[in-house]
Write a new protein. Structure first.
Length: 321
């Protein structure tokens, strides 16, 4: 009898391990100030962001990289950061950019991980017609697919919350024409830091709306004060997701301080927030995951990872068991 129970336990364990993040969690919804899974529990997704789909990170927008990140890094969420401008971004080459997004998103769906379709733009308020057309097309294609999350404006810069909210209230209806339920992520001023301001006057009239929160662990202004802003927003009822954070400073470089990173990681874990680390590129920067010249199709060795890459890979493999 004990042998039978042991066998059942082993089989159950194998089955559970084999299930994908989306199979385990299903469609994501908002419950109070949390993003929750099909069982009403915060899933705490953890993963990596591809870099701008222009410049150095462009070559990693392919199915092989998605597969490797799922297999080796054990990601449960991926962010596809479609560059809107300047060079060869969506404004100049929309069909090319959309194909890159389709390639990545379709493979993420196949692999059973969640995927953020990110309008990676600092000037979304200047590109409303283009954004509306893009998200309408995405919503028609991926309506009801539980993997897909729409991130409608990467990082508003020094822009008022009224402007960001107005933008959101023009883009959200375009998505909801075709996709009534999937999670939509709204940005906030000051590079997704002023979440407390958004919490005082949130978007209303639509279901399943979350808000992005960004930080860089060693950025001098990203310390206790920024955590306090996020704590205030959460207390006010705002559901947050960390759609971008880096181990260094906001410019991509700076120090890689383990203690500062750990302090942020402890805060994120305590609040059970899902997070996406910045970024898959081989550019010579502190926050880059890959060493210059790392292969474009995944399969990276330990020597091809930067210190940031090794650090993030280790965290993901521990936390996403």
């Amino acid at each position: 009898m004990k042998a039978v129970l042991l066998w059942i336990g082993l089989v159950t364990g194998i089955t559970s391990f084999a299930q994908t993040p989306v199979a385990v969690n299903g469609a994501l919804t908002i419950k109070g100030n949390k993003i929750v899974n099909k069982n009403g529990v915060p899933p705490q997704l953890r993963g990596i962001s591809l870099s701008w789909s222009v410049w150095a990170g462009e070559k990693y927008y392919n199915p092989a990289v998605v597969d490797w990140l799922k297999k080796d890094f054990k990601i449960s969420i991926l962010r596809a950061s479609m560059g809107v401008q300047p060079d060869h971004g969506y404004l100049q080459e929309p069909e090319r950019q959309k194909k890159m997004i389709f390639d990545v998103v379709d493979e993420a769906i196949k692999q059973g991980v969640y995927v953020l379709i990110d309008w990676h733009d600092h000037n979304g308020h200047l590109h409303i017609p283009q954004s509306k057309a893009f998200f309408a097309e995405m919503a028609q294609k991926y309506s009801g697919v539980p993997n897909v999350i729409y991130e409608i404006w990467n990082e508003p810069e020094r822009i008022s919350w009224d402007t960001v909210k107005s933008y959101a209230l023009q883009i959200i209806p375009e998505i909801r024409k075709y996709d009534k339920d999937n999670l939509i992520v709204v940005g906030s001023p000051s590079w997704d830091q002023d979440v407390d301001i958004a919490a005082a006057n949130p978007v209303k009239g639509y279901q399943n709306i979350a808000y992005s929160f960004h930080y860089y662990a060693t950025e001098p202004s990203h310390r206790d004060g920024l955590r306090a802003k996020a704590d205030k927003a959460i207390k006010m009822g705002l559901p947050l997701i960390v759609t971008e954070w880096g181990v260094g400073e906001a410019n991509g470089n700076g120090r890689f301080d383990i203690a500062m990173n750990k302090k942020w990681m402890d805060w994120v874990e305590k609040n059970r927030l899902s997070w996406v680390n910045w970024n898959i590129t081989d550019k010579k920067e502190t926050t880059a995951i890959l060493q210059p010249g790392a292969p474009a199709n995944g399969g990276w060795t330990a020597e091809q990872l930067t210190p940031a890459g090794a650090y993030i890979r280790q965290w993901l493999r521990v936390l996403n068991k």
